[in-house]
Design a protein around this ligand. Structure first.
Ligand SMILES: [Zn+2]
Length: 292
């Protein structure tokens, strides 16, 4: 699949509900931190690094539309956004001109028509596209949208709970505070008609994955419980995960559900093959090519 979905639009029909992959940018993070306890001779076989030992990650976002209700339009995840100075652009390999808003504009989607935004968690590379600077002040990117997140995650973001400094950023939160835009949820709930929360704590305490169900099929947006397809193995977690064992349980739960129902997975940071299926493999799971 072409990485740039703006030029090569990829939509999946789940039955009355269409999911379109939108490229919310890309970034580079240290390969060792991304693969936790796995030694580089193992993960390095299949994942290329640059001269600084960083690996390439995409920020895959989803646009969800319904064929009957044309006034409802949902974005899942907003990528890293464009609020980075030169130093951070270098550290993270971020191109600030390449983020969710221009990607949506290339698809002729007006941000004012987005009714809801659903986030798995509030780290900067997921919530950064929520806000941007316009006429010298920070404003919500989607001015009409309610922003759905777990209550636990929003509380932890405000308190800066975590081991990474600078990943929860006020610039991504306060414009939504001022607009009264948050809609918080507790646990596994129906967020919107056809969109549900699957609790997958571990990466953060309030992390959830997002289930989108059409008449014919379901799709799970993984979030950081499994950031790339290279993270499918039981022992694979990120050094950034706050609770690695919880994350492993969450990953087993998500993979088991997708395998049983033959649902699709949309993998948030996967740069090459973001849409996959899941099969059972001995006492764990393997990823299969998608059939869409
Ligand atoms: Zn994260």
């Amino acid at each position: 699949m072409d990485l740039d979905v703006n030029e090569n639009k990829r939509s999946i029909d789940l039955g009355g509900c269409t999911v379109t992959l939108v490229h919310g940018g890309s970034l580079r993070l240290d390969g060792g931190a991304m693969f936790g306890i796995i030694p580089k001779p193992l993960w390095g076989r299949s994942t290329a690094t640059d001269e600084q030992n960083r690996i390439e990650l995409a920020c895959n976002c989803l646009l969800v539309e319904w064929q009957r209700e044309t006034d409802r339009r949902v974005i899942v995840e907003t990528g890293h956004g464009d609020k980075y100075g030169e130093k951070e652009q270098k550290i993270f390999g971020i191109d600030p001109s390449h983020w969710l808003l221009p990607a949506l504009e290339a698809l002729r989607v007006d941000p004012r028509t987005i009714t809801d935004v659903v986030l798995t968690h509030l780290h900067f590379d997921h919530a950064g596209g929520l806000t941007h600077e316009r006429d010298g002040r920070l404003v919500p990117t989607f001015p009409q949208a309610r922003v759905h997140v777990q209550r636990r995650e929003l509380e932890d973001a405000r308190a800066g709970f975590g081991i990474m400094s600078g990943t929860y950023r006020d610039e991504n939160l306060s414009p939504i505070d001022s607009a009264g835009g948050w809609q918080v949820h507790d646990g596994e709930v129906e967020i919107l008609d056809g969109i549900r929360s699957l609790s997958t704590p571990g990466h953060t305490r309030g992390h959830h994955s997002i289930i989108i169900e059409g008449a014919d099929r379901g799709l799970i947006y993984t979030g950081d419980v499994m950031p790339t397809r290279r993270h499918v193995g039981r022992a694979y977690n990120m050094g950034y995960d706050l609770f690695p064992l919880d994350n492993r349980d969450s990953k087993a739960k998500m993979l088991g559900l997708a395998a049983r129902r033959d649902w699709l997975l949309a993998i948030d940071h996967e740069p090459e093959v973001p849409i996959v299926r899941v099969g059972k493999e001995k006492d764990w799971y393997e990823l299969l090519d998608s059939d869409v």
